[in-house]
Design a binder for this molecule. Structure first.
Ligand SMILES: C[S@@+](CC[C@H](N)C(=O)[O-])C[C@H]1O[C@@H](n2cnc3c(N)ncnc32)[C@H](O)[C@@H]1O
Length: 278
């Protein structure tokens, strides 16, 4: 059965009309939120558009709540996996304006956090307004990062591999493995079974055929988040993650629905004698 999105795509005038209407509604809502942000005069958290880019919603409360929930889940996972946290050198990869890093630093103050993202505007905002949270850096769309081999004890990357195609994922897995210290841990998230409830039977068939499915949704001006077109929606099976990602790092755990019941949490470790095959 085709989804509404798939049906609309087959009728270009309708697809564009719905897209234009969505864009207009979004701009109106953004204007209202911008005015409220300016009136509140509080820049502890980023302005609405920067929040939307990482959160796909404009309201401040849910941005704060989700940031707390994610940081809580990451810290519990690290603790459950007995990862030493005191004074750890941490990379928040694809940090946006620090939705998660803000709480990680607040709740684990000895963390020495570097936060990196392609979004220069988000990183610029964070560098200016929350500089004590992390050393905020801009990275290129493709590796390498500007860090030496074996730099970080812990890397976390929330809601990035849920948006990249397989080629980009492999490039970044190899790069994150490079900058992780031997024994270090990478925690990331994927759209596993829990996130596939809205997929059509055709999409589910594609996910299970290969273990990974990259779905192109909106692009160009219809892409409300303003991120590059390579940033779409990706689904994984746990079996694919265990097998394919295991070529880069040892896959220690796939916690299905571990992040708010929606994303799976994947815990990977760079074992001292791990030989990368890709
Ligand atoms: C859904 S947001 C999540 C942001 C943050 N991890 C959080 O949970 O609040 C995805 C982020 O990935 C960033 N991104 C996309 N491609 C990237 C890349 N190649 N390197 C670094 N960041 C990237 C986007 O700019 C965006 O900030």
């Amino acid at each position: 059965m085709a989804s509404l999105r798939q049906i609309l795509r087959k009728i270009p005038p309708l697809f564009w009309s719905v897209g234009a209407y969505r864009l207009m509604q979004f701009k109106r809502a953004l204007k209202r939120e911008d005015a409220a942000y300016v009136a509140a005069g509080d820049s502890t958290f980023p302005p609405p558009m920067l929040r939307y880019r990482v959160h796909r919603a404009l309201d401040l409360d849910s941005y704060v709540n989700v940031g707390q929930q994610v940081a809580g889940a990451l810290l519990s996972t690290l603790s459950f996996c007995q990862v030493p946290m005191e004074n750890a050198k941490v990379l928040d990869f694809a940090s946006g304006p620090g939705r998660v890093a803000y709480w990680m630093k607040k709740w684990q103050s000895s963390f020495d956090i570097t936060a990196s993202d392609i979004d220069a505007e988000a990183i610029g905002w964070a560098h200016e307004h929350i500089p004590t949270v992390a050393d905020f850096r801009v990275n290129d769309m493709a590796p390498p990062l500007a860090f030496a081999d074996d730099t970080f004890d812990i890397i976390y990357s929330v809601s990035l591999f849920t948006h990249l195609d397989e080629v980009m994922q492999d490039q970044w897995l190899a790069e994150l493995a490079r900058v992780l210290k031997p024994g270090g841990v990478l925690i990331t998230t994927v759209h596993g079974t829990a996130a596939q409830t809205s997929c059509t039977p055709d999409e589910l068939e594609r996910i299970h055929r290969k273990g990974i499915y990259f779905r192109r949704d909106h692009s160009g001006m219809l892409k409300l988040d303003g991120l590059p077109d390579f940033y779409q929606t990706t689904f994984h099976t746990a079996a694919y993650v265990r097998e394919h990602w295991g070529e880069f790092l040892r896959v220690e755990k796939v916690i299905e629905g571990g992040l708010g019941g929606h994303h799976d949490i994947v815990v990977l470790r760079k074992t001292p004698h791990f030989t990368q095959t890709t």
